[in-house]
Design a protein. Structure first.
Length: 371
């Protein structure tokens, strides 16, 4: 049974019963586009609830420092006792990440239109066994918002620099949506750094070969139209969305299947993207689509060598996530989570935790006792 997004995740440890290599039948077939001193020395500072991103412009309905732990609604009990927001200067970019827990490092990369907060329901349980780092991507939330650098090679380099600054040479990764696209690039471009990678709810990284034609059926068009819209490199897109965040993003949350996200979470995302610079930054990855598809064509020449967990929601992309990754990796474990739509970490956190726990267990064992 899918846990309500309002509830904190159930506690499940590495010994949870494995659920692997399964695919649900009866799915619709859809195609795709395819210490303080140490911290200071590493360029790390704590992010308080009243410390805004230095490059973020004030926006309507947004308290100062919006996007920090202290401004996030509906967090699981005790969340702020485990997790702290930090501002890390790494790779020439000031990055915001929410960090907590103990054990081998696990990097969580959010999708669009979200930020680190998308992982909130699974973070506390994961932190019992891992050092969890939930990052805001370049251009989003409290991370710096430069005008360029949104191709996935650069976005992956951002994350490598972040993990370097935190002292993690080898780590596991989980990426959702655009975070899947970035995480695939991270694993492909820096295979020596990534021990295991879980990829959620996009049927493969975008390539020209996998892209749909201009005229497609209504179901696909309704769910994918935002990609060509977001790619339009013109102020038109910002002007059309600004002040209408609830309409634009609300449609995206609703059309992607599964249980509706709770109102407090939806309103949080609406507020987050009401910041003009965050809105603009969120279009960056899409406007670099041509560069990313060219990069992916080169990446596809060599399969990923680390284990890959490909997760789809039964009410969204289903088993197509795993099928899309088979040509791109040597070891792909495909999983479909029943009842979940696109927003898996918020719609089915308990089931996602079970799958991540099983998949990451060998990585956890290899790391030995927590440091």
């Amino acid at each position: 049974m899918t846990m309500s997004p309002m509830e904190p995740p159930a506690q499940e440890g590495p010994g949870s019963k494995p659920v692997s290599h399964r695919a649900r039948r009866g799915l619709s077939r859809r195609g795709f586009v395819g210490g303080a001193a140490a911290a200071a020395a590493a360029g790390i500072s704590l992010v308080g609830g009243l410390t805004p991103s230095a490059t973020a412009s004030p926006a309507v309905r947004r308290p100062r420092g919006f996007g920090s732990v202290s401004t996030a609604p509906g967090l699981p009990a005790g969340f702020s006792k485990t997790f702290t927001g930090r501002s890390i200067h790494a790779g020439g970019l000031r990055q915001h990440a929410v960090i907590g827990g103990d054990g081998p490092p696990l990097l969580l990369v959010h999708g669009w239109p979200q930020n680190w907060y998308a992982w909130r329901m699974v973070m506390p349980e994961l932190a019992r066994h891992y050092t969890v780092i939930a990052v805001d991507q370049r251009g989003i939330g409290l991370t710096e918002k430069p005008k360029s650098g949104y191709d996935t090679a650069t976005l992956a380099n951002d994350l490598v620099a972040l993990m370097d600054a935190l002292g993690h040479q080898r780590f596991a990764v989980a990426g959702h949506d655009t975070g899947l696209i970035i995480s695939y690039a991270l694993a492909a471009d820096h295979p020596q750094r990534v021990a295991r990678v879980a990829l959620l709810e996009v049927p493969g990284p975008p390539t020209l070969k996998a892209s749909p034609p201009l005229f497609i059926d209504e179901d696909h068009n309704n769910r994918l139209w935002h990609i060509p819209f977001n790619r339009v490199n013109h102020k038109l897109t910002e002007k059309l969305v600004s002040g209408r965040e609830e309409i634009f993003f609300g449609y995206e949350f609703d059309i992607q299947g599964g249980q509706k996200l709770p109102d407090y979470a939806r309103e949080y995302y609406f507020r987050l993207f009401s910041d003009p610079e965050t809105l603009l930054g969120s279009f960056g990855l899409y406007r670099a689509w041509d560069a990313t598809t060219a990069q992916n064509a080169t990446r596809a020449e060599n399969k990923l060598t680390m284990p890959v967990l490909a997760i789809g929601g039964s009410e969204s992309w289903g088993d197509l996530v795993g099928k899309a990754m088979i040509p791109l990796a040597n070891d792909v474990q495909g999983v479909v989570i029943p009842g979940a739509g696109h927003w898996v970490a918020e719609q089915a956190p308990r089931e996602l935790l079970s799958e991540l726990t099983r998949f990451l267990a060998p990585y956890h064992r290899a790391a030995g006792p927590s440091r």
